[in-house]
Design a protein around this ligand. Structure first.
Ligand SMILES: [Zn+2]
Length: 468
């Protein structure tokens, strides 16, 4: 399941402003600024893989494991960047371009070099708060919900198509984010050190950057954003090559299991975001590999070919019965084609294999309230309560939880969950209306009542109200 997230965009924008807030919000984007553009997406399989790429590098850089979160931006161009010491953004296009884990890990190592080298402070010093907010808005403009491929019969509550396009201000933003030459070389050196320390090859890094250097020589327009923010003069590539080739790990390959996960991740991204003809070209029927069947299953699902999608997925679950993401996909497909009861079975399997995923639990909760069976409501509340604890920024899960509580007749809790959903979406007046109703229905000073009061007392930051 690839999910676009609007509330997370706001959270990141808020953090770009360095606001310390009890709850993750900034103001909703004004209507005038809305257009189609790149957006943040969530996906458990890809996020877990990114964490596994990143954690050794973070450790080698002397940073705390888990202290930097990778955020996926759905955009076909190559880009990777950091806006603060806690978040690294990677375009899905960069992952789709990378043939090996090593190529992604090299870029991650370079970006980590910028974090560890404190190169972001200069950026901060040079930009006003308003500029940072504008840049964050442009980078994170929530846009087209391509990845979800939700079919209309189930509806997609909470998933909006709203955002800020990368337009004329784009170049200004890129130049603001661009690093100085010395910083690039320092990040390159740091990257090689981290790769050596983790016994990984610097080859992927060198090959990726060489590709950019060549692209820069022949292209003047339509360049990948990465090229603009990270200058690639010949001298830099030459230096990098000398150091990289000295590595004792130059010829070392990625572990086969990691490569296999990488191939599935790319197949998933192509399946969910590329056009059907491109999927057919990259993963032709003659290719019977697991990634090819995965990509074709997803493409078939997007084209509403249920039987085709299911037959591919079933061949995958037979082969790898312990892969939670194949079961997750089966659940997603069945749920969206109105077969909620079967979706529940598949998603229970996925949850048992990936018990820490709030995203998958949320989908199981959605399936449980979609069966229409009153007996499933208690289980839905359990799953969705857990999902909202793990993923408090997901408005969608709060909405499903509100529905589940309402079916159970627990109206106070239902209004409170609805208030949380509106709050995450930045709709404070609707959140306040729901929180008021919740307060009237819940016992005074109970945890829910206090939460409702927190929402009522919240005042959005002025800077976030005015900007954009
Ligand atoms: Zn750089």
């Amino acid at each position: 399941m690839i999910v676009p997230v609007r509330s997370l965009c706001r959270k990141v924008m808020a953090s770009a402003l360095a606001l310390t807030m009890a709850l993750p919000v900034a103001a909703p984007l004004p209507v005038a600024a809305q257009s189609r553009g790149p957006m943040i997406i969530r996906d458990q399989e890809i996020e877990n893989l990114m964490r596994d790429y990143m954690n050794p590098i973070i450790g080698a850089a002397g940073l705390k494991k888990g202290s930097v979160q990778i955020i996926l931006v759905q955009d076909r161009s190559f880009n990777a960047f950091v806006t603060d010491s806690r978040r690294m953004f990677i375009n899905t296009g960069a992952l789709m371009d990378a043939k090996t884990p090593n190529e992604v890990i090299g870029v991650v190592a370079h970006e980590t070099g910028h974090i560890a080298g404190g190169h972001l402070q200069r950026l901060r010093d040079q930009m006003s708060t308003a500029q940072i907010l504008a840049v964050a808005g442009m980078l994170l403009g929530a846009g087209a919900a391509i990845g979800t491929a939700r079919s209309p019969q189930v509806g997609s509550s909470g998933v909006g198509a709203m955002g800020i396009g990368l337009g004329a201000q784009d170049m200004a933003m890129r130049s603001l984010l661009s690093y100085q030459r010395g910083e690039e070389q320092a990040a390159d050196r740091a990257a090689i050190n981290y790769l050596n320390a983790t016994q990984q090859s610097p080859r992927g890094l060198l090959e990726t950057f060489t590709r950019f250097n060549q692209e820069a020589m022949f292209k003047t327009t339509g360049m990948d954003p990465y090229l603009v923010s990270h200058p690639f003069p010949n001298e830099r590539i030459a230096n990098l090559e000398v150091t990289a080739k000295k590595s004792p790990y130059w010829d070392k390959k990625d572990p086969p299991a990691l490569q296999a996960r990488h191939d599935l991740m790319r197949a998933k991204l192509f399946g969910f975001t590329a056009r059907a003809d491109e999927v057919a070209r990259r993963y032709p029927l003659s290719d019977n590999s697991a990634p090819a069947r995965y990509a074709r299953a997803i493409a078939a699902y997007r084209n509403k070919q249920l039987a085709n999608a299911l037959s591919n997925i079933d061949s995958l679950t037979r082969e790898q019965p312990n892969n939670p993401y194949f079961w997750e996909l089966r659940g997603q497909v069945l749920l969206e084609f109105g077969r909620a009861q079967e979706a529940v079975t598949a998603l229970r399997r996925a949850v048992s294999l990936a018990p820490n995923s709030g995203l998958i639990k949320g989908m199981l909760g959605h399936a449980l309230i979609s069966t229409g069976n009153p007996k499933d409501v208690d289980a839905a509340i359990t799953e969705l309560s857990n999902a909202t604890q793990r993923e408090p920024d997901s408005s969608e899960n709060w909405r499903f939880l509100a529905t589940a509580y309402s079916r159970k007749g627990q109206e106070g809790q239902a209004h409170l969950a609805a208030a949380q959903a509106y709050f995450n979406d930045g709709d404070y007046s609707a959140a306040a209306t729901q929180a008021n109703r919740a307060k009237q229905l819940l016992p005074p000073n109970s945890p829910g009542w206090l939460k409702a009061e927190d929402i009522l007392n919240y005042r959005p930051p002025r800077s976030a109200q005015r900007n954009n």
